[in-house]
Design a protein around this ligand. Structure first.
Ligand SMILES: NC(=O)c1ccc[n+]([C@@H]2O[C@H](COP(=O)([O-])OP(=O)(O)OC[C@H]3O[C@@H](n4cnc5c(N)ncnc54)[C@H](O)[C@@H]3O)[C@@H](O)[C@H]2O)c1
Length: 319
């Protein structure tokens, strides 16, 4: 298919690699930073994404830009009936949610969100194992390191207006998404967010705790103030026992049943191996007309939980 990628930073370059590996026709790339375009001398480069979409008329665009740009880029592509695969999070403001859903409804094109961890073999194993079981509760724990150097990589990071938040909307949004995917969408949340280790460096939280209430309650502790990136853990408790994912390995009642931790990851270990499978599924949906599972409504679930947590400040808040 004729594809364009917008944003050629850490993840955008990876999207271009994967598209080339799939033999898709990457007809254009776009980045406001001219230096980033020079990495792809054989692909037509643009600094203005609207000009690119109007001139090149790609069938699909991948949006790999800073968070605050996602809504306007997604809706602009959908209005032009261009299929969109957007990196997480779909948006960072509550008022953008209906705007995205309306644009998706009015478009002939598909919208997909890059929650690639749903395609990790460990996640698929858990989802399958949970089928037909009574789920009692769940919990997640993310302990990573994102220091001053990380935040210094780009101006949009660590700023409320452009990143939308810190650990919760950026790193832990994947864990929030998996938790709600495994046990169901909650109705309310109580949460606390704090800047523990980067006061004066970032204006967003590096640590968050939340408990979600719904048919099944779940909790999450997340911090990027740890000394290193430790394996993320998710536990789901059922009436038939406990299933746990640590470092992409799956344990049932403490016994290893599905080992994936040594498998190759995409760019960084913490990104997991799901990007390739997600992109493959998205393109198959476009080609066959099948619905893509992580569409606007589905991709916004974790965003809704995160935004309600920011609002909560220790009080139970409706999601
Ligand atoms: N799914 C994952 O596991 C995963 C991993 C990393 C990043 N991400 C997401 O991908 C997105 C990008 O993250 P990143 O780490 O690659 O950021 P980055 O800062 O490395 O890259 C962003 C790029 O967008 C470009 N850009 C900024 N404004 C632009 C505009 N108006 N038009 C075109 N290009 C523009 C920048 O110049 C930069 O090259 C974010 O949403 C992030 O959360 C997802």
């Amino acid at each position: 298919m004729r594809v364009a990628v917008i944003g050629l930073g850490v993840i955008g370059v990876g999207h271009v690699w994967l598209l080339k590996e799939r033999n898709e026709d990457v007809v254009a790339v776009c980045d406001v930073d001219e230096k980033k375009l020079s990495a792809f001398p054989n692909i037509k480069g643009y600094q203005d994404y609207l000009q690119m979409m109007d001139e090149v008329k790609p069938e699909v665009v991948h949006i790999c830009t800073p968070h605050y740009l996602h809504t306007e880029m997604v809706t602009s592509a959908l209005k032009r009936n261009i299929h969109v695969l957007c990196e997480k999070p779909l948006c960072i403001k509550k008022e953008d949610i209906p705007v995205i859903l309306q644009a998706e409804k009015e478009s002939k094109a598909k919208l997909g969100v890059c929650f690639q961890n749903r395609y990790n073999l460990s996640s698929l194993f858990v989802k399958e194992w949970l089928k037909g079981k009574t789920i009692l509760s769940a919990r997640g724990c993310l302990c990573w390191n994102r220091d001053e150097n990380y935040y210094g990589q780009a101006e949009w990071r660590g700023v409320k207006k452009t990143e939308g938040g810190g650990v919760l909307i950026n790193q832990a949004v994947h864990t929030v998404d998996l938790l709600q995917w495994f046990v169901g969408m909650p109705k309310s949340v109580v949460g606390w967010c704090e800047n523990v280790s980067l006061k004066g460096v970032i204006e967003v939280e590096d640590t968050a705790m939340l408990t979600c209430m719904g048919d099944v309650d779940f909790s999450l502790c997340a911090t990027t103030s740890a000394k290193d990136d430790y394996p993320t853990q998710i536990v789901v408790v059922t009436s038939d026992g406990e299933i746990r994912v640590t470092d992409n390995d799956v344990y049932i009642n403490g016994e290893l049943v599905n080992k994936n931790s040594s498998k190759e990851s995409f760019i960084k270990k913490v990104y997991g191996e799901g990007h390739k499978a997600l992109i493959s599924d998205f393109y198959d949906c476009i080609k066959t007309g099948r619905d893509f599972a992580i569409d606007g409504k589905e991709g916004l679930k974790a965003v809704k939980i995160v935004l309600a947590t920011y609002e909560s400040d220790g009080k139970e808040t409706k999601i």
